[in-house]
Design a protein around this ligand. Structure first.
Ligand SMILES: [Zn+2]
Length: 202
């Protein structure tokens, strides 16, 4: 995980948002390869293992998705970039589940943006432009910290969609890898095309 991401993360336990405290172990440039995140509110601790933050939490949320291989419309990075409508560099883009596979393609097109993969497929590794967080109960980020969110086809449960809306900035976009789902609460539907739903946070 990128060290500056610490400020954007929250404890996944059901208490008010608060900052986590990072103790770093091994660093590689600005990336934390090993360390420990502690929550001052509830006392829980979360390790960073080979760069991946391992949040735990009671009860696995229903993923509510399909296997990515079932998708019939793989989206090109250029198309996804256009749909995200980000404009300039800077800030964070969240990639949920299988959508983390877009990180390399998007990073090649969009310099200066840091990507945050949540519950990435296990064969993916962190990159200077990609932090990885594992958490089965929520997107462990504070509200309104993301310039955009891409929700993978394996993460279509209503709670994940509500979380995508929670972390994205008002007026910014959530792209969902399904054109079959109803518009999630709080998102204005902008488009359904190429197997994708594109919404904007109200
Ligand atoms: Zn906590």
């Amino acid at each position: 995980m990128h060290i500056e991401l610490t400020e954007m993360m929250r404890c996944p336990e059901r208490h008010a948002e608060g900052h986590l405290v990072l103790s770093t172990g091994e660093m590689r440039g600005r990336m934390v390869r090993s360390g420990l995140l502690a929550c001052p509110a509830c006392g829980r601790e979360y390790p960073v293992v080979r760069g991946i933050v391992k949040f735990s939490g009671g009860g696995m949320r229903d993923a509510g998705g399909v296997t990515p291989d079932a998708r019939t419309h793989p989206v090109e990075p250029e198309s996804l970039q256009a749909l995200l409508d980000l404009g300039g560099p800077g800030g964070y883009v969240v990639l949920l589940g299988a959508a983390t596979r877009h990180a390399v393609g998007l990073a090649g097109l969009m310099g200066g943006i840091h990507f945050v993969g949540v519950n990435a497929p296990s064969d993916l590794e962190e990159l200077p432009a990609l932090s990885l967080l594992d958490c089965q109960t929520m997107i462990p980020l504070r509200q309104t910290v993301a310039r955009a969110v891409v929700v993978g086809a394996d993460s279509l449960g209503v709670e994940w969609l509500a979380d995508a809306r929670r972390v994205v900035l008002p007026g910014r976009r959530v792209v969902i890898e399904s054109d079959q789902i109803p518009a999630p609460a709080g998102l204005t539907s902008l488009a359904r095309e190429k197997g994708l739903f594109v919404g904007e946070r109200r």
